[in-house]
Design a protein around this ligand. Sequence first.
Ligand SMILES: NC(=O)c1ccc[n+]([C@@H]2O[C@H](COP(=O)([O-])OP(=O)(O)OC[C@H]3O[C@@H](n4cnc5c(N)ncnc54)[C@H](OP(=O)(O)O)[C@@H]3O)[C@@H](O)[C@H]2O)c1
Length: 342
Amino acid sequence: MPSEKVVLIIGANSTLGLNIAYRQIESQDPEDSLTFILTSRSIERAKEAGDAIKTFNDQREATREVKTVPLVLDLTDMKNVLNASITLNKTYKEINYVYVNAALGVCSGINWFRAIQEVITNPVQAVTDPHYKIQKVGLMSKDDMGLVFEANIFGPYYLIRKILQVLSAGKAVIVWISSIRSDPSYLPFNDLELIESSTPYEGSKRMIDVMHLATYKSLKAKGIYQYVVQPGIFVSQSFNVHLNIITYYLMMIMFYLARRWGSYWHTIDPYKAANSPVYVTTFRDRDFERQDIKYGSATYNDGVEHIKPEELNSIGKGQVLEFLSSKEKEWDIRLNVQETKN
Ligand SMILES: NC(=O)c1ccc[n+]([C@@H]2O[C@H](COP(=O)([O-])OP(=O)(O)OC[C@H]3O[C@@H](n4cnc5c(N)ncnc54)[C@H](OP(=O)(O)O)[C@@H]3O)[C@@H](O)[C@H]2O)c1
């Protein structure tokens, strides 16, 4: 039976967001039509994402019916997050897929001395788990919350909590984009808003992993299936900020060499990076597949893609859930949310 599927991509006009949409178009049942709700902080960028997705669809041999709807969403503005949830609840009876892809990195530069040292002593490690990126510490949002925490975790968490009814009606799949750089050591339990942390980006990715473990079972009881995935290491628009043409091409050479030398996480191509996010939406029997692992996009050393799952460490999951739940209550009061229907 042909049906209309509604796909919410948070952070649509990003390198990975667009490729997720392309792969979703390819992987969906041929008869299904797709409505993409595309979020960005600017309406222009959300519309641009829609144009790119339609162009991709039009260029395929077997086109399908695709609609795109822009939605302005700033995850560091809780009033805006709530308003977006109200719009979604009013406009859609059901939502079938949610990709939490947006992320705020706050890299202020590169410690070039350390970068050269890491590249010389362990080149594969240097382009897999680098420690030479300098991140801004202590950034606060205008909501007076840790900025990276709000953008990467709490904003999307709160949005999902407020649209549970339409997700449940759509038997939705929620996909959170994590990272290979999410070791438990990145999450300080005395600083869960990641304000003092010198690695808030990695801390936020670790928090995604733990939050997922703490919540997927209760979501499943509502008919919603949540997964956590990571895209490997791919070339993103965001890399251009701190690189010039020479360092960009040096980085590319290092990426290809790392893959040749056995680094399966160097997906490099954002289309290959989008493999695991879309893969988890294609499970025929969702009850059969594990949800307590992280599905990774990987490539063999000749560039052929595959999925590589990894076990997740559940340390601190109770503490993280308690913290997020108390923040949700705090913001329900601050935003005067009468009742959360879930
Ligand atoms: N690149 C890699 O190798 C790599 C590795 C591991 C994981 N990842 C993850 O993959 C995902 C996509 O990465 P990417 O490099 O493709 O992204 P990107 O090109 O850097 O784009 C970032 C996205 O996040 C959105 N965003 C940022 N701050 C926001 C905010 N305050 N409110 C709402 N949206 C916000 C941006 O939306 P606007 O349109 O509003 O700017 C944009 O769509 C991210 O979750 C990233 O952490 C990437």
